[in-house]
Every structure is written in C-alpha cells, then in structure tokens.
Design a protein around this ligand. Structure first.
Ligand code: GDP
Length: 365
C-alpha cells in the first residue's frame, strides 16, 4: 500500500492531524515526545464518484481505495546525530512514498513550542537540516564504497561517483535532493535506488487556528515564500478544528460547521486529494453488482499494470480491458446501456489508463 509519513517538530499538531485522518485514537497531549512509536493508520480516499456509482449500480458493497499514513514522531534538532528519539524515525521516513510536513502556523501561549516561539520557516529548516545531514551521511558512505572502482576506471562506478559528488555539493549547500534535476535516465535510476529522505515528494501542511483556515495568515505567507522554488505542494488546514468537526455526529452538522468557516469540504479530504496529486496517482473503478470499488494506479500506467493492482494474475494473463468513461456511465446509467450505445471500448496492452475509467479485465488463468 501507499505510505505517507507525517513529520514535523514536537507540538505542531501531528498527532491531532493523524487522528483526524485515521480516526485512530493516538494519544495527543501538550507534551513533546508524546507519540513515541510510529502510529500507522489506513485512510479511505474520499471520492464523490463512488457514491454516484453506488446509486446507479446498487452493489452489495462499496470499497474505497486507501492510503497508509504513519505518524513519525521524535524529529528534533540533532536527530540525525542521535538526539531526541535519535535515528529511529529516519528509517520510518525511508519507507514512505511521500512526506507530509506539518508546520505550526497557529499562536497559542498554552502550547509549548520547543524553540520558544512560533516560526514555521525556522521549524522547516530545522527538520530539513536533519534530513539533509542524514542524506549526506548516506551519500558519503556510498561514495566511499565506489571510489576505488571509479579510480580504476569502472564505467558504472565513475557514473555513480560523479552523481554522488554532485549530490554532496548540493546537500552541503543546505538544499534538498528534491531540487536536483537528473541529467539523464541513468542518474534518475540511481537516484531512485538511493532512496534519499530529501528526495521524497513533499506536501507542507500549514496548521492554523480557526480564524485562518480560509485565508491563511502571515505565517502561511512566510512558508509559501520559503518553499516557492522547491516544487512542493502546500496547503492550509486547521488540525484542532478538524478534530472538533470529527466529533460531530451527523453529516449535516459537520457540513454546517464547515460552511460557517467558509469551507466546502473538510481539510483532511483536501489533504488526501493533494497527496494523491503529489504522488501522481489516479483512481479507476470496477463496478459490478457484488462490488463497486475504487483502485489506485500511477498516472501513465497501462491497462495490464492497472489489472495487476487487483491481482498479479490479472496482469500476467491480461488479454484485454473493457473501458467505460465515468461521465458516459453516469449519463447512460448502466454498463448495458453503454455497451448498446457504443460507449464501451475494448482496449489492449498499450491502453493508458485515465482517471475515472470504469474497467473490466479479461485474462487467462
Ligand atoms: P505533535 O507533537 O506534533 O503530535 O502535536 P499534537 O497533535 O500532540 O498537538 C500538540 C498540542 O497542540 C495539543 O494540545 C493540540 O491540541 C494542540 N493543537 C494542535 N493543533 C492545533 C491548532 O491548530 N490550534 C491550537 N490552538 N492548538 C492546536
């Protein structure tokens, strides 16, 4: 499953956000280091199209697609050198596909800040520096390993050493590997294999108080300015207020609360959608009488890969896919009607899956 890691300094609202996302009850207290073990939660990806399909197909069950989130606590200044909870969290980040970096953009004298004042740009730099130091260590170790072979002229090692040196320079300048543009496919492949912490796609989550959820505040503006060249996503969300909304019993109550704040959807929904975009993912559906279901697949994936998301056998024995566009399905109301009107297409191995496709696979067993 896809994994997003939540990082940030202590007391910025990570556990609060994690709880809203997963509805799991991780302990949240006004005390640094309260979350010690990484908490893992599975969240459903909200998608209005699923409800629409449900109303048309009337299946026995509806299954949304999911993303896994991990609350990674213990990141403090000096973490890469073993401070705080030490190095333990770094491994947790390495295993994630994307990072949600929570930044405290709310003022509250009752909530201790580890550095004594609210300054999200400084906080971001503290975390970045730790991750960069760790990456520096990783790349230097790798460089040491290939140096000898590179000197003796081994082609592969020369390429590696060359890339490693470039990355070391960049990291030493206090930059994240994310900003590095690979010179060619080889470099891109090597970069992937390195699995560096600062090369993960990142979404900055500015955690604000109630008054700022709609339009942000000067802290958010400072963050926006600081990250503008990073090719990262940024969003504003009120974790504490989202937690309050979560407590409300009915959908109507929650909707009313949101409207009062000038929002149309819960911030966590927006967060999940933005994370999807960040990860270059899309959704396709299967819509049978037994089950209407959403599946996650890479943007650009071809039909057999999409089939493989359901089962590896579907990919191995792939023959063809029957595809209906979501809009056609909604307009005509059923698979049979789409078939009649020529809105069901038969696609082969080279078909590139589009967001919202309703698919049916034919395969050999
Ligand atoms: P973590 O250490 O980053 O996991 O932070 P927590 O989620 O435990 O939050 C630390 C404290 O800040 C808790 O008392 C939360 O209730 C509070 N908190 C979190 N988000 C907000 C917010 O948006 N506004 C205010 N005023 N307090 C918040």
């Amino acid at each position: 499953a896809l994994k997003c890691g939540i990082v940030g300094l202590p007391n910025v609202g990570k556990s609060t956000l994690f709880n809203c996302l997963s509805n799991a009850k991780a302990q949240s207290a006004n005390f640094p280091f309260c979350t010690i073990e990484p908490n893992v939660g599975t969240i459903n990806v909200p998608d209005e199209r699923l409800e629409k399909l449900e109303s048309l197909v009337n299946p026995e069950r509806v299954v949304p697609t999911t993303v896994e989130i991990v609350d990674i606590a213990g990141l403090v200044k000096g973490a890469s050198k073993g401070e705080g909870l030490g190095n333990q969290f770094l491994g947790n980040i390495r295993e994630t596909d994307a990072v949600l970096h929570v930044l405290r953009c709310f003022e509250d004298d009752n909530i201790t800040h580890v550095d004594g004042s609210v300054d999200p740009v400084r906080d971001k730099e503290v975390i970045d520096a730790e991750l960069q130091l760790k990456d520096l260590e990783t790349v230097e170790t790798r460089l040491d390993k290939v140096k000898k072979k590179a000197k003796s002229g081994d082609k592969e090692s020369v390429k590696q050493a060359d890339l490693f040196e470039k990355l070391i320079n960049l990291l030493e300048e206090g930059k994240s590997v994310r900003v590095y543009e690979p010179a060619n496919d080889d470099e891109e492949k090597m970069l992937k294999e390195l699995q560096l912490l600062t090369s993960k796609p990142i979404l900055y989550v500015c955690n604000v108080d109630e008054a700022s959820v709609k339009d942000g505040n000067h802290h958010v503006e400072a963050v926006r300015e600081a990250v503008k060249d990073e090719g990262a996503e940024i969003m504003v969300l009120g974790a504490a207020i989202e937690a309050d909304i979560n407590e409300l019993e009915t959908y109507e109550e929650r909707q009313m609360f949101l409207e009062e704040m000038g929002l149309t959807q819960p911030g966590v929904n927006k967060l999940i959608k933005t994370a999807y975009k960040l990860l270059k993912l899309q959704t396709y559906f299967t819509a049978g009488e037994k089950e209407v279901r959403a599946w996650t697949v890479r943007i650009g994936a071809k039909a057999p890969e999409a089939a493989g998301v359901i089962h590896t056998d579907f990919e191995k024995g792939f023959i063809r896919a029957e595809v209906i566009k979501y809009d056609d399905f909604v307009e005509l109301g059923s698979e049979a009607a789409c078939r009649d009107k020529g809105k069901l297409s038969i696609e082969g191995k080279e078909y590139v899956v589009q967001d919202g496709d309703i698919m049916n696979f034919r395969f050999n067993v």
